[in-house]
Design a protein around this ligand. Structure first.
Ligand SMILES: [Cu+2]
Length: 160
């Protein structure tokens, strides 16, 4: 009577047992892989990985080198992201990633969660509030610029 009365406990136990089973299965397959496929596949998996790597470039707002660190860390924190490099002049990030593991929208969302606007996902407001003052970028800022900001170029010409 008691156990039937409490479906929550039953459900939780089921969940726990299921995760143990899954973990055991993963453990078993990875051991198997290590012993059986060790020598044969080393070369092949490297090749496959290279082919699977995708590249993307999209706009991300930000001000300075601290923004750069936060933005890149957010992208790099995702499993499947190989490299992430944000360009302060172009307000643009370049990411290479394994599309079998992570998709582009996840990268947008991770950056947005750290407080930064991407061209597809608005930055999380709470995270934005915790950014250092110098990093509180303008939400109207142009991003995805083809060339570095004109102001700097102009100054160089005046100097000549
Ligand atoms: Cu900054």
């Amino acid at each position: 009577m008691n156990t039937i009365n409490n479906p929550l406990i039953f459900k939780t136990m089921k969940k726990v047992l299921l995760s143990i089973a899954v973990l055991a299965a993963i453990g078993m397959t990875s051991c198997k892989n290590q012993t059986e496929e060790k020598e044969e596949t080393t070369e092949m998996t490297e090749e496959v990985k290279e082919i699977a790597m995708s590249e993307t470039t999209f706009g991300v707002r930000g001000n300075c080198s601290m923004c750069k660190r936060t933005i890149e860390e957010a992208a790099n924190s995702l499993e499947g992201v190989a490299t992430a490099s944000w360009d302060v002049d172009r307000k643009q990030i370049h990411v290479s990633y394994d599309k079998e593991v992570v998709d582009e929208m996840k990268i947008h969302k991770a950056i947005a969660a750290s407080g930064y606007d991407t061209e597809q996902v608005a930055g999380d407001e709470e995270a934005y509030k915790t950014l250092p003052e110098c990093c509180k970028y303008d939400h109207e800022m142009e991003m995805n610029l083809a060339e570095p900001a004109e102001g700097e170029e102009g100054n160089h010409h005046e100097m000549e």
